[in-house]
Design a protein around this ligand. Structure first.
Ligand SMILES: [Ca+2]
Ligand SMILES: [Ca+2]
Length: 459
C-alpha cells in the first residue's frame, strides 16, 4: 500500500513539474510528435488490400469502427517520472493530412519512454481486472499499478502495463530538434468490449450470445447434443449409481452450471447452446440429499462447425478413489450354476446337480485372493470346501449371501467352482470371475466345463 501511494505521489508531483515546464516552454519548439493508427482486430478475415484510410488512418471512421474514443499519450523520463501527458480524440483533425502528427511538450534532452493508449469515451481503458475492478480502469491506474510493481513500462516496444489497446516506444530528445516518432499501432479493443455490434445482429458485446458463450460476437452458437457415458467403479458392469449411493449429477460446461440430471450408468443425452470450439464438461456425483459425494471429473470436447461434439461420447467414471467418503458395504452375492446346453441357471439344490463340493473365493481386481478372506454366512470366502447345505439351515442356494462385516470397496471379484464326488471340476467361472458391487446382490454364475465329466449333471 505504501508503494502504491508513492507511485501516485510520483505521478502527481511530476505533474506539477510538467505544468511548470509547459508554462515556461510555450515559446520553445516541441520535442516530439506522434501519430497513431488502430490495427485491425486479430483473427478477423481482412481484405487483401486494406482501405487507404485503414492503412494510415486518414479518416475518423477507423475510430468509430474500432470503438476507440480517445487516445492518451504518457511520456516518462529515465527514472519513470512523468514528463508529459495529454489526451486527444481518437482521430485528431491533423490526421486528415497524410503524415500529420500531434505535437508534445518541450522536454529537456535525455531518453524517454512514451506510451500511447486508447480509451472509451468515459476514459476507461481495455485490460484485465485491476484488483476487483473489472470494468477497465483509467490508463493512469494501469500505469500506477505497473510502476508500483517496478515493472518496466515498455518492453521490446510493446506496452508492459496490461493495457490491450496500447503501443509504446523509446526516444531521445536533443535540444531544439523535433523527434517525429514512428507511427504507433494500437491493437483494436476486444470485440466483446468495444461497444459496437461487430457482427450486426442487433446485439452488442455482452448481450450477444457469441460473447456469452464464446470469445467474439461473431462466434457461431449452436445447440449440440452431448452424450455423457457414465460408468462407476472402473466400468464395473454390475455396479450402478445406487451402488455408490449417488442420486443426481451436478453438470457444468466451462464452469457454467446446467440443470442436474439423474445419475444413471450408461449414456445420457442433453442439449445446450455452445459456441463452436473447445469446451470442458465437469460432472460431480451428489448423494440423495444433494450433497457432493464425489470429486469433480472433467472431460474435454470440441463442438465442430456442424454442431457435433467430438469425441462422440464423453466418458466419465466414478472410481472408488473418486468418492469423498470411502465406501464401506457388505459384499452380497447369489451363487448359480448354468444348466449344461442351456442359458438357464439353477442352484446346488437341483437334484440333477451331481457336484458336492463347492468353493467360493473373494479376489481383488487383479485376481489375487483377499487375505484374510472375510467371513460370510457360508464360511470364509477363501476357497475352502463347502457343501450345498451349511450348518444352521443355510444353503449355497440362498437368494443373497453376504459377508458378516462391511468391507472397504475397491473392487471385488468372486470366484465360484463346483466339483463332483471324485474331485473332478464340473462348474467354474475362474477364467472370468464376477465383479461384485456395493449395495447390490450380484448373481455369480459358474459355467459347466467343456466335456462335462459324467456325474456332474444328470438329466
Ligand atoms: Ca462488440
Ligand atoms: Ca452482435
Amino acid at each position: 500500500m505504501r508503494r502504491l501511494k508513492r507511485a501516485f505521489v510520483r505521478l502527481s508531483s511530476s505533474g506539477l513539474v510538467l505544468a511548470a515546464l509547459v508554462a515556461s516552454g510555450c515559446q520553445e519548439a516541441p520535442s516530439y510528435a506522434v501519430r497513431w493508427r488502430i490495427s485491425p482486430r486479430l483473427g478477423e478475415e481482412q481484405p487483401q488490400t486494406p482501405a487507404p484510410q485503414d492503412e494510415e488512418m486518414t479518416n475518423p471512421s477507423v475510430c468509430a469502427r474500432s470503438g476507440v474514443s480517445q487516445v492518451e499519450v504518457w511520456v516518462f523520463d529515465e527514472l519513470d517520472r512523468l514528463a508529459d501527458q495529454f489526451v486527444r480524440p481518437c482521430f485528431p483533425e491533423r490526421f486528415r493530412r497524410s503524415g500529420g502528427a500531434v505535437r508534445g511538450a518541450t522536454l529537456p534532452p535525455g531518453d524517454y519512454t512514451v506510451l500511447v493508449a486508447g480509451t472509451r469515451a468515459n476514459g476507461r481503458a481495455w485490460g484485465p481486472c485491476l484488483g476487483e475492478d473489472c470494468d477497465g480502469g483509467s490508463v493512469q491506474s494501469y500505469l500506477a499499478a505497473a510502476i508500483e510493481a517496478d515493472q518496466p513500462l515498455c518492453v521490446d516496444d510493446e506496452c508492459n502495463v496490461g493495457l490491450d489497446t496500447c503501443d509504446c516506444d523509446r526516444f531521445t530528445v536533443e535540444a531544439d530538434r523535433l523527434a517525429r516518432l514512428p507511427d504507433f499501432v494500437l491493437g483494436a479493443p476486444p470485440d466483446c468490449e468495444d461497444g459496437i455490434d461487430g457482427d450486426q445482429d442487433g446485439l452488442v458485446d455482452g448481450l450477444d450470445p457469441g460473447c456469452q458463450l464464446g470469445a467474439s460476437e461473431s462466434t457461431p452458437v449452436l445447440n449440440p447434443e452431448i452424450a455423457l457415458s457414465l460408468s462407476v467403479l472402473s466400468g464395473n458392469p454390475n455396479a450402478d449409481c445406487k451402488s455408490l449411493r449417488l442420486g443426481t449429477l451436478a453438470i457444468a460446461i466451462d464452469d457454467e452450471p446446467l440443470d442436474r440430471i439423474l445419475c444413471n450408468v450408461g449414456v445420457t443425452r442433453f442439449s445446450t447452446p455452445l459456441s463452436v470450439g473447445e469446451h470442458q464438461l465437469s460432472v460431480t456425483g451428489l448423494d440423495g440429499t444433494g450433497e457432493e459425494a464425489t470429486v469433480e471429473k472433467v472431460s474435454d470436447f470440441i463442438v465442430n462447425d456442424r454442431g457435433v461434439i467430438e469425441p462422440e461420447q464423453l466418458e466419465v467414471d466414478f472410481a472408488d478413489v473418486d468418492m469423498l467418503e470411502p465406501i464401506d458395504a457388505l459384499v452380497n452375492f447369489q451363487l448359480q450354476l448354468q444348466v449344461p446346453q442351456s442359458n438357464d441357471t439353477t442352484t446346488c439344490l437341483d437334484e440333477r446337480v451331481g457336484a458336492v463340493d463347492f468353493r467360493v473365493r473373494l479376489l481383488d481386481i487383479g485376481g489375487e485372493p483377499i487375505v484374510p478372506a472375510p467371513q460370510s454366512a457360508i464360511g470364509r470366502l477363501d476357497g475352502s470346501s463347502v457343501s450345498c447345505s451349511v450348518e444352521g439351515g443355510l444353503t449355497l442356494a440362498a437368494a443373497s449371501i453376504s459377508t458378516l462385516d462391511p468391507q472397504r470397496w475397491g473392487a471385488y471379484l468372486l470366484e465360484f467352482e463346483a466339483f463332483g464326488a471324485d474331485g473332478q471340476l464340473c462348474w467354474t467361472n475362474a477364467d472370468d470371475p464376477t465383479p461384485l458391487a456395493p449395495q447390490e446382490t450380484v448373481g455369480v454364475v459358474a459355467r459347466p466345463v467343456e466335456q462335462l465329466p459324467a456325474g456332474c449333471f444328470s438329466e
